[in-house]
Write a protein that binds this ligand. Structure first.
Ligand code: DC
Length: 223
């Protein structure tokens, strides 16, 4: 099979990363979690007290270096912010609460989109995010739009965060998911939208194995 670009977009906490990672592993492709890049910039802004100071953040953007480094022991790629591994820190709920603000800044998006396009230049990538099929790679060979019922998503997020020892309530998570959906869908630059040529995957009642069987059917046309 010729190397292709697989663009996976969709709502927060509907299992995009888990699915994208499994698809990349199956095909020997590189997995790129673009949400981690927006989260890393958000963390940078939080540390510098710049979340609400757009001008200062935009001026500081040339200083923000984001990269993925593969950790062979863990078998995964971690995101680094100016040389520091921030993989754990960027998943905290206080970062989740601010990431929509930072990711709505056009200059932030321009910088990250350019990086993402460079990462996918040689194809053979599975990239997950909100605007991959619409903005980053409008010509991606396979576009998937993922969705799941909000209650299912909240439940998954709750299990993920509490497993990491974070003390959060279900209400807090539901509120954050609703608010991020709203902000992702209504922001002026690159709002979350299903590309006209994307196939929809609603995994509310699907196991990972069922999702893998689904992707096999989608990949048949590239064989
Ligand atoms: O996928 P995630 O929940 O980790 O993404 C974090 C936030 O980053 C999400 O609320 C919206 C933003 N994001 C974006 O605007 N564009 C992307 N391609 C990926 C994420």
């Amino acid at each position: 099979m010729e190397k292709i670009i697989i663009a996976i977009d969709g709502y927060s906490s509907c299992g995009k990363s888990t699915f994208a990672k499994a698809v990349a592993a199956k095909l020997g492709y590189i997995f790129i979690d673009t949400g981690a890049m927006y989260r890393a910039v958000t963390l940078y802004a939080m540390r510098g007290g710049m979340v609400e100071d757009r001008e200062r953040l935009v001026a500081a953007l040339p200083e923000v270096r984001i990269e993925f480094r593969f950790d062979p022991a863990a078998g995964r790629s971690d995101v680094y912010l100016n040389g520091e591994n921030v993989e754990t820190e960027i998943r905290r709920i206080d970062v989740s609460e601010r990431v929509s603000t930072v990711s709505s800044i056009p200059e932030v998006r321009a910088k990250l989109v350019a990086m993402q396009q460079e990462m996918g230049r040689a194809k053979g990538v599975v990239m997950d995010g909100r605007d991959i099929g619409t903005v980053v790679f409008p010509g991606a060979e396979l576009k998937i739009f993922m969705t799941a019922d909000p209650e299912v998503r909240a439940e998954r997020r709750y299990r993920e965060l509490t497993a990491k020892g974070e003390r959060v309530s279900m209400e807090e998570i539901e509120r954050n998911i609703r608010e991020r959906d709203r902000q992702d869908e209504t922001r002026a630059v690159s709002p979350l939208r299903r590309a006209a040529d994307a196939v929809v995957l609603d995994n509310s009642r699907m196991t990972v194995a069922e999702q893998m069987a689904w992707i096999d059917r989608q990949l048949e046309r590239f064989a």
